[in-house]
Design a protein around this ligand. Structure first.
Ligand code: MN
Length: 505
């Protein structure tokens, strides 16, 4: 019997029967919990967690994360408790859903400092990259359905937040596909004319080039095959609207200086093949000087790897050629998401689409049908060795640590009673906090409460505290505050206020 969650299961990487059963069970549980609740579009609420689960499955996420996506709004919006979730679906799912619930309480203000701290806080509070990935999938669906949000100012606020908070996180995590989707959806809300203009120019500029590029690519494919390389594939991508508009601005509106409006991706089996293919491309087509980039030898900070070159094809199309292995390709599309699937970890790190070429590499004798219930080919010995070598480097552990260190380095996050986030150096006090919120608040401060209890003004605050500043109209700064105020902003204001006091009779 078909089940509404079947498409989620189908999108999952190599689902087992148990994966399917659990996901359907979680779906029924969530649907029942959300009951009569509706989305702003008028649809039953379950369409939202459903869409998120499909995105997560497509990103290659594991069963727990997909289930947490299905349940992500239940603690906040329904009577379901964390204990119930743990009882039904285990500790990991509980941990992930609680993480999503915690971060949804964070508020955004369009001030530069707050944007930066929200970005950090989102990552810090989530404490697990999987929570962030669920948040990104959540935001993606909310952006896809943003036309139902009223009024226009609210749509714009959400789109700006997406561009300033979620997009940089997706970029940092190397999740290229999700990042450009979020960018274009935000762009269309914030600057509808700019978005339409960019789309129109892209369509016009590429209309007659795409056919010519196809011809050129056929030519290239023949050359690559003749050089003895058989297991490769190519794909063409057109630059997205937002990234095109930004590039055009960078190039002072001169479209002829954009060399990567069209990109040709060549996906080959090994790193050695990448360099060989680059040679074939340069022999066939004229490279544009200064455009060769070796991101394999020198990966981008977010881990992106590929060889890049821009060329003019024999029939006159300017195109950026990106040469990479299947693994590099998957990393560039899905980023860190793909590192969290134990199936992708335990098995050779290849996506579903590349399983055929993997099979084609096997010597005839050991070519076997896929394991029952999975889509994964048996692992050849040499590949197993490679996977084991990789397994010795706990890559995502190290990555998570670095991320935590970067974001936490000497900073802490204090909340106002309304949920705004203030980013302060470790050791800062309620006085620093008050001045960081507003200089008036500091000047009239008489005391402070942290998590509802009165605290001494010189007591250092701790990460995550909710701090309320007590004021009196007649309150003035005390000279002693200078002994413990940590931030230069607070010290400056205290001195200024003290001087003012001296000068007024
Ligand atoms: Mn949601």
């Amino acid at each position: 019997m078909p089940h509404p969650a079947d498409d989620i299961v189908a999108a999952l990487y190599a689902p087992s029967k148990a994966d399917g059963d659990e996901i359907r069970r979680a779906y029924d549980f969530s649907e029942k919990a959300h009951g009569e609740e509706k989305r702003k579009s008028g649809e039953p609420y379950i369409v939202h967690p459903h869409a998120i689960a499909v995105t997560l499955a497509k990103l290659g996420m594991d069963r727990e994360t997909v289930i947490a996506g299905i349940l992500h709004d239940t603690i906040e919006d329904t009577t379901v408790t964390a204990d119930e979730i743990e009882k039904e679906f285990g500790k990991t799912v509980r941990f992930l859903v609680e993480g999503v619930t915690k971060t949804s309480k964070l508020k955004y203000r369009g001030l530069e400092r707050h944007v930066e701290s929200l970005r950090r806080l989102l990552v810090a509070t989530a404490s697990d990259i999987r929570v962030i990935i669920i948040k990104l999938a959540d935001r993606l669906h909310n952006m896809h359905t943003i036309e139902h949000v009223e009024p226009a100012e609210k749509r714009e606020r959400i789109a700006r937040e997406t561009l300033e908070v979620h997009v940089p996180i997706a970029e940092r995590l190397g999740m290229g596909t999700l990042k450009s989707e979020l960018e274009d959806l935000s762009f269309a809300v914030l600057d509808p004319k700019g978005y339409e203009g960019a789309m129109k120019t892209i369509t016009e500029e590429t209309a007659n080039k795409l056919g010519k590029l196809d011809d050129a690519v056929n030519d290239l494919r023949r050359n690559i095959a003749e050089a003895g390389l058989r297991a490769f594939r190519t794909e063409t991508r057109v630059k997205s609207a937002y990234s095109f508009a930004r590039k055009l601005e960078e190039k002072d509106g001169n479209i002829d200086r954009i060399y990567d409006l069209l990109a040709l991706r060549i996906i080959v089996p090994s790193i050695e093949d990448c360099y060989r293919t680059m040679g074939i491309v340069h022999k066939l087509w004229r490279p544009i000087p200064g455009r060769v980039k070796d991101y394999i030898a020198f990966p981008k900070p977010n881990g992106y790897r590929s060889l890049h070159t821009s060329v003019i094809t024999g029939n006159g199309v300017t195109v950026e050629v990106q040469i990479r292995t299947e693994e590099m390709h998957r990393d560039s599309q899905l980023g860190v998401a793909s590192h969290f699937n134990y199936k992708l970890q335990a098995q050779p790190q290849v996506p579903r689409t590349s399983i055929d070429w993997l099979r084609s590499l096997l010597p005839r004798g050991i070519r076997q049908p896929a394991h029952k219930g999975t889509d994964v080919a048996p692992t050849p010995r040499w590949l197993k060795d490679l996977t084991e070598i990789q397994a010795e480097i706990p890559e995502h552990e190290a990555f998570r640590e670095t991320l935590a260190r970067d974001f936490f380095a000497e900073r802490m996050f204090i909340f106002t009673p309304k949920g705004d986030v203030i980013d302060l150096p470790i050791g800062a006090t309620a006085v620093d906090f008050a001045y960081a919120v507003h200089s008036d608040l500091g000047d009239r401060m008489t005391g402070a409460k942290a998590n509802g209890k009165i605290i001494a003004l010189d007591a250092p605050l701790h990460n995550g505290m909710i701090v309320e500043v007590l004021t009196k109209k007649s309150g003035t700064p005390n000279k002693k505050w200078l002994d413990f105020a940590k931030t230069s902003g607070a010290r400056k204001h205290i001195r200024a206020a003290l001087q003012n006091k001296q000068h007024t009779p």
